[in-house]
Structure formats: structure tokens, C-alpha cells
Design a protein around this ligand. Structure first.
Ligand code: AP5
Length: 218
């Protein structure tokens, strides 16, 4: 399956993507994670992305679209993928449509995670991420690691993302409403969108997501 996950910052896209990608046996492709990997490796792309990410603004489309296409072209993504954080505006959505059509492929579903803004702020404020692997995500209250500051999965150090400050979160939410939300209508016109509540336990949200994806397949 080729799936796009959409939702505000902190909705739980990365958390859900880890479970869904495992269940569906497709790679989880997060443009945010790809940028963060470039930042930690000190690449030119990482240098270009860092200031924008710290400010909560989008990285330019020319850079992002090329990076996403390169990742989607890798052999492990041939049978499908789960996109998290891409596309993030209508221009990126149109570029994805064109790229898929040129490849003779299409999207199967767009899963829209709905969560109230006050919950998003709580989730982001308490989020902690592993330095070794950004798919290892914890929360100081909702998903506590056994030992404070240490990843349960690999023992790596947990840290708080540079863009998880109160001020940046406000900008990220505004960018989400003005630039990203319009992609939901873009995909509704293609009959691809399933909206689910992202409230409740992580496992409950995963069940809801899987049920919506199964319904899309029928
Ligand atoms: P990106 O990394 O994509 O960040 P985001 O969209 O803001 O989303 P987050 O990673 O903040 O949240 P999430 O929904 O994944 O939540 P999570 O699962 O971690 O992008 C960062 C930046 O990169 C952008 O601002 C931009 O600058 C740049 N960028 C990326 N892609 C781009 C693109 N396509 N174009 C241009 N620029 C781009 O969960 C959050 C917390 O909640 C965690 O602590 C988790 O444990 C907890 N949690 C999750 N689910 C639950 C639950 N059900 N109950 C309780 N707690 C929960």
C-alpha cells in the first residue's frame, strides 16, 4: 500500500507510523527524520534545513521533493510506503501525484489524524527522542521510559527536539493550518481521505488506523 499520514505536529504520526509500517511491511518514510539525519551528519542539505526547522518553517519544496523522491525510489519502497510529513503543502502533493503517475503508481489512502490543539501542545512538550534512532519516541508522562533519559529499546540518550519549544510549536501549528491542511481537500477530491481520532491509547489509535485502511482496501 502507498499511504500518506497527515495531522498536526504532535498528533502521533511518527508513533503510529512505526506500528503501521511494521504491520503492513512497508517502509516508514519521514521527511522530518530524513532532515534530522542530514543535520546530525552535517550535510549541506542538513545545514540548509536546520535554521528553517528550528523556526518551525517549511524547508523549500525544491529540496524536499527531490529528497522524498530519492527515498521513495529505493528498492525497499517498491511495494509501497508510509509517508509521514510529506507532502506538506499542495505543491508537494501535486508533485507527488505527478511522480507516482509517471511511475505508473498511485496512492491507496490518506490517513488524517485528528487531535485537539491543547493535546498536541502537551504531547510535544513532553516528547523525548532517542539520539541513536528517531523512531524511538517517548513521552515524560504518556509513554515513560523505564529509566529517565534512557531509551528502552537501545539504551541511547533521550533528548528534546530543538523545534519542540512553545514558540516554535505555535509557528508549526500555524504553518500546518495554512499550508498543510489544504492537502486534505486535495486528496478528498480524489476520494482518498479517512479521518480518525488520534485521542486515546497508542494501541487504540493503531487499531482505528488499521480498520480505516482495511476499509479502504475493500
Ligand atoms: P516533522 O518531523 O515531520 O514534525 P511534525 O510534522 O511537526 O510532527 P512531529 O514529529 O512533531 O509529530 P508527530 O505527529 O510525528 O508526533 P509523535 O508521534 O512524535 O517535521 C519537522 C520539521 O521538518 C518541519 O517543521 C519542517 O521544518 C521540516 N519538514 C519536514 N517535512 C517537510 C516537508 N515535507 N516540507 C517542508 N519541510 C518539512 O508524537 C508526539 C508525542 O506524543 C510523543 O512524545 C509520543 O510519545 C506522544 N504520543 C503519541 N501518540 C500518543 C497517544 N495516543 N497518547 C498519548 N501520547 C501520545
Amino acid at each position: 500500500m502507498r499511504i500518506v499520514l497527515v495531522g498536526p505536529p504532535g498528533a502521533g504520526k511518527g508513533t503510529q507510523a512505526a506500528y503501521l509500517a511494521k504491520d503492513l511491511v512497508i517502509p516508514h518514510i519521514s521527511t522530518g527524520d530524513l532532515f534530522r539525519a542530514n543535520i546530525s551528519q552535517g550535510t549541506d542539505l542538513g545545514k540548509q534545513a536546520k535554521a528553517l526547522m528550528d523556526a518551525g518553517e517549511l524547508v523549500p519544496d525544491e529540496v524536499t521533493i527531490g529528497m522524498a523522491q530519492e527515498r521513495m525510489s529505493q528498492p525497499d519502497a517498491e511495494g509501497g510506503f508510509l509517508l509521514d510529513g510529506f507532502p506538506r503543502n499542495v505543491a508537494q502533493a501535486k508533485a507527488l501525484d505527478e511522480w507516482l503517475s509517471a511511475e505508473g503508481r498511485k496512492l491507496d489512502a490518506v490517513l488524517d489524524l485528528e487531535v485537539p490543539e491543547d493535546e498536541v501542545v502537551k504531547r510535544i512538550a513532553g516528547r523525548r527522542i532517542c539520539r541513536n534512532d528517531s523512531s524511538h519516541v517517548f513521552h515524560v508522562e504518556y509513554s515513560k521510559p523505564e529509566n529517565e533519559g534512557v531509551c528502552d529499546i537501545c539504551g541511547g540518550e533521550l533528548y528534546q527536539r530543538g523545534d519542540d519549544t512553545e514558540e516554535t510549536v505555535r509557528t508549526r501549528l500555524e504553518v500546518y493550518h495554512t499550508q498543510t491542511e489544504p492537502i486534505i481537500d486535495h486528496y478528498k477530491a480524489q476520494g482518498l481521505v479517512s479521518t480518525i481520532s488520534a485521542l486515546g491509547k497508542v494501541t487504540e489509535v493503531t487499531e482505528r488506523a488499521m480498520a480505516a485502511l482495511q476499509a479502504d482496501k475493500v
